[in-house]
Ligand binder design. Structure first.
Ligand SMILES: [Fe+2]
Length: 184
């Protein structure tokens, strides 16, 4: 176990979140949302810097290259389908999930553009253009909007509607995806 104790599992959000200490996978997702907020602040900082520090740039790139995709798959492949199955009609979750899925599909192209810009930054001879800064900040705005919906609607509903078995299955997927548990 890298940090924390099994249970709440809270970390510092300055490094990749470790799912193993979290009993409840929804707490882990909330922790990853805090981490994403930190990354957004870091991208904002990079966008405002004349010559961003390569450590900052590499940190964000590593998040986008692995953590972001894993988190997206946790939600689009497991959490959202579970919610659609378990929520009551009055929860009106269908259009929220639809919007988030469309959002994620759009984010893919934006992430690719952000990654290209950040990799160029690492050459050290590259100066961020005004367009580059706009792309970086539009990713930040997009991610923050997405996080607001997930934190305000998706996570509270998931806490209310998912069963203990659902949560155990979701946790196992998260652990498998990150190599903590072997695939069957
Ligand atoms: Fe999320």
């Amino acid at each position: 176990m890298r940090r924390g104790t099994r249970g709440s599992g809270r970390g510092d959000c300055l490094s990749p979140c470790n799912p193993a200490p979290f009993d409840n996978p929804l707490d882990f997702i909330a922790e990853e949302h805090l981490r994403e907020r930190q990354i957004c602040a870091q991208i904002e900082h990079i966008a405002s810097d004349e010559r961003p520090a390569s450590f900052d740039v590499e940190h964000v790139l590593s998040f986008l290259d692995s953590e972001y995709g894993d988190h997206m798959r946790d939600e689009t492949q497991e959490l959202f389908p579970l919610l659609l199955e378990r929520c009551e009609p009055e929860d009106d979750i269908g259009h929220v999930v639809e919007r988030l899925n469309v959002d994620y599909a759009g984010a893919g192209k934006l992430v690719a553009r952000v990654s290209r810009i950040l990799r160029a930054c690492l050459t050290r001879t590259y100066d961020l253009s005004r367009t580059d800064r706009k792309v970086l900040l539009s990713f930040v705005a997009h991610a923050r909007r997405h996080l607001i919906v997930e934190n305000a609607i998706v996570l509270p509903l998931a806490r209310a509607r998912l069963s203990g078995e659902d949560l155990a299955a979701f946790r196992l997927h998260i652990l498998r995806r990150r190599g903590f548990v072997p695939h069957e």
